[in-house]
Design a protein around this ligand. Structure first.
Ligand code: NAI
Ligand code: MG
Length: 363
């Protein structure tokens, strides 16, 4: 089977981090015959500089034709003055929209070697491995009406509308149940059914889908505010959390900080399965941005990008063993005491981007 990857390194530290993934892909092809075919394009500021758009139609075509897209990061002060429609982020938004990526997966994994440097007590986070599944294309960020109206008496009214339809809740919770089956078989659904109609519907639809198709998975419901509290109090009680766009945005940022640096956090965004092939469109990217403050210095942490590639192996190619091995290699290198500057602590060995990538590859 052919395995087509489309690489969009982007701006700032994006290309530096992607370079380490490129090494991994080449080595896997050579040693294990994995047969990855790669192509590369431009996105963000670098695309704007080349052709005045945050991503070209030609590169968008390639993204649509690939089995998976690997995305670095976009943006930087150089492009702050460019027009809004072609700003670097517009490239990312177009990819998400045209690939119809409705499910955002954000794992929060605490590598044992880093437990001591978490903002929480080591026993609370050590061995933590949870997955937040956030609905990405609906809810209050997109619902209509969405406007500011002038009330005429010196007052204005800002309006955002939370809208969820049954099919949107079904497809996102379906992803969460499917993923739970490959993990600890436990889903916690979070909404605010006590104050929101969309929360009542969310709860009903998740419950009905569970009963109809996923009764083997343990399902809990939690109010999203209580969920936020529980995430910080005892995060290991969770396996997969499924929630809407707004709550997911906040809860995934909270979960992220349980685990340490921004430079460690991967993500995946998945679309619906193709009617014929059953394959999902997918894009994998680190949570961090282009880090202009350290770009070009060779000190960026490539782990978020590499761990995003591990998610790609797992979710786009069902290469579960390979994904496990890659994640274990990251853990092993951290156990050996290697650290990039962002995660450096006393008594450890500081290395640059490329030495970190090489060490993971060697493992
Ligand atoms: P950022 O994530 O780029 O950086 C925040 C801080 O974390 C910086 O001090 C940076 O040096 C550090 N950091 C981030 N990733 C790191 C890594 N892999 N290794 C070591 N240190 C790392 O966020 P910031 O500074 O708010 O935004 C910078 C630019 O990136 C802006 O233009 C912003 O719009 C863009 N951005 C792009 C995103 C994307 O492409 N998905 C996401 C977030 C921001
Ligand atoms: Mg956010």
């Amino acid at each position: 089977a052919s395995r087509k990857l489309f690489l969009l390194p982007g701006d700032g530290i994006g290309p530096e981090a992607m370079g380490e993934v490129r090494k991994l892909i080449a080595a896997m092809n050579e040693k294990f015959g994995t047969g990855f075919e790669t192509d590369e394009g431009l996105v963000g500021g670098s695309a704007y500089d080349a052709h005045g758009q945050a991503i070209s139609d030609a590169d968008m075509e390639k993204a649509l034709a690939a089995d998976a897209v690997l995305f670095g990061a976009v943006g930087g002060p150089k492009w702050d003055p460019v027009p809004y429609e072609v700003r670097p982020e517009a490239g990312l938004l177009r990819l998400r929209k045209d690939l119809a990526l409705f499910a955002n997966l954000r794992p929060a994994i605490c590598y044992p070697a880093l437990a001591a440097s978490s903002s929480l007590k080591p026993e609370v986070v050590e061995g933590l491995d949870i997955l937040i599944v956030r609905e990405l294309t609906g809810g209050v960020y997109f619902g209509e009406p969405k406007e500011i109206i002038d009330l005429g008496n010196g007052q204005k009214r800002g309006i955002d509308t939370q809208v969820y339809d049954t099919f949107e809740i079904e497809r996102i919770s379906g992803v969460a149940f499917e993923l739970a089956r490959t993990r600890k078989n436990h889903v916690t659904s979070m909404e605010k059914r006590n104050v929101m109609k969309s929360g009542v519907l969310w709860n009903e639809v998740v419950t009905a889908l569970h009963k109809a198709k996923y009764s083997d998975v343990k399902l809990d419901h939690m109010l999203a505010d209580a969920g936020g509290m529980q995430l910080v109090r005892w995060p290991k009680q969770f396996d997969v959390i499924v929630t809407d766009n707004l709550f997911g945005d906040m809860l995934s940022d909270v979960a992220a900080m349980l685990t340490g640096s921004l430079g460690m956090l991967p993500s995946a965004s998945l679309g619906a399965p193709d009617a014929v092939t059953g394959k999902r469109k997918a894009m994998y990217e680190p949570v961090h941005g282009s880090a202009p403050d350290i770009a070009g210095k060779g000190v960026a942490n490539p782990i978020a990008m590499i761990a995003s590639f591990a998610m790609c192996l797992r979710y786009s190619f069902n290469m579960v063993t390979e994904a496990d091995k890659l994640e274990a290699a990251i853990a092993a290198v951290l156990d050996d005491g290697l650290r990039t500057r962002d995660i450096m602590s006393e008594g450890k060995t500081e290395v640059g981007t490329s030495a970190m990538g090489d060490a993971i590859l060697a493992k």
